[in-house]
Design a protein around this ligand. Structure first.
Ligand SMILES: CC(C)(COP(=O)(O)OP(=O)(O)OC[C@H]1O[C@@H](n2cnc3c(N)ncnc32)[C@H](O)[C@@H]1O)[C@@H](O)C(=O)NCCC(=O)NCCS
Ligand SMILES: Nc1ncnc2c1ncn2[C@@H]1O[C@H](COP(=O)(O)OP(=O)(O)OP(=O)(O)O)[C@@H](O)[C@H]1O
Length: 198
């Protein structure tokens, strides 16, 4: 019986390139899931929609759908509100990732790795769940410019809730630099996958 594929947590600062790294790992043969995407899907769940409406009022729903910009304004207004939202969503995200892992672990041929993009991996103390962790890091000016271009609501508050890039890099099994081209990023990640398989 062959060993299951390594279960890998992928993290990094806002705009460092986590989503591009996840896409590259997918092209390289890993099965991938983004917890940001899982959260976006959860806002379609009526129980989640009702919970945020009860907390913050009807203005968080626009044309029947949760408006994430409005949610971000309320959630990052204080630690208490942010914690409330995280406590609502994180257990549901954990359940969805566990389901996904069970399906992907049984897939034949086996993926090269099972990779979960988790922005708050270290902040949430999740590193012990994984066989290995990868931190994507970029020069601070590059990361800030990329993050700024996304136009995230409450960008400073999100950043303040996260560990600095250097700390994420120091804690991760592998730190991958993404200040160059996407092709260079994919090459670096190909090297990491080879190490994970060995
Ligand atoms: C606040 C929300 C509505 C904003 O949605 P939006 O589409 O604008 O951003 P998106 O979800 O794509 O996240 C972009 C980035 O913001 C950062 N971010 C998201 N949530 C948080 C948080 N709770 N603390 C710090 N940074 C965060 C991450 O770096 C993430 O990659 C949404 O991010 C959310 O519901 N967050 C709370 C749940 C959570 O903690 N998610 C993180 C992954 S489990
Ligand atoms: N090596 C690169 N070369 C050029 N553009 C890049 C590179 N890496 C990332 N980008 C671009 O920078 C932006 C942010 O990258 P990405 O979405 O992968 O980061 P992220 O860490 O997932 O961000 P967020 O925290 O906002 O979810 C995107 O527009 C992406 O295409």
């Amino acid at each position: 019986m062959t060993a299951p594929p390594p279960f890998v947590g992928l993290t990094g600062g806002i705009g460092a390139g986590k989503s591009e790294a996840l896409a590259a790992l997918g092209r390289l043969g890993a099965a991938t899931i983004s917890t940001d995407q899982v959260v976006h899907d959860l806002y379609e769940d009526p129980s989640v929609r009702d919970a945020v409406v009860s907390r913050w009022g009807p203005s968080v729903v626009v044309e029947g759908r949760v408006d994430r910009r409005a949610v971000a304004r309320f959630a990052f207004a204080s630690d208490e509100e942010r914690r409330w939202l995280e406590q609502l969503l994180w257990p549901r995200v954990g359940a969805r990732v566990a389901e996904w892992r069970a399906v992907e672990s049984a897939r034949q041929p086996a993926p090269a790795a099972l990779v979960v993009e988790t922005p708050l991996l270290f902040e949430a103390g999740l590193e012990g769940n994984y066989d290995a962790t990868i931190a994507i890091v970029a020069d601070e000016a590059v990361r800030e410019a990329r993050a700024g271009a996304r136009g995230h609501e409450a960008l400073d508050e999100r950043t303040a809730r996260q560990l600095p890039q250097a700390e994420k890099a120091a804690r991760a099994t592998y730190a991958v630099e993404n200040s160059g081209s996407l092709r260079e990023l994919e090459q670096e990640l190909s090297g990491v996958l080879a190490k994970l398989k060995s």
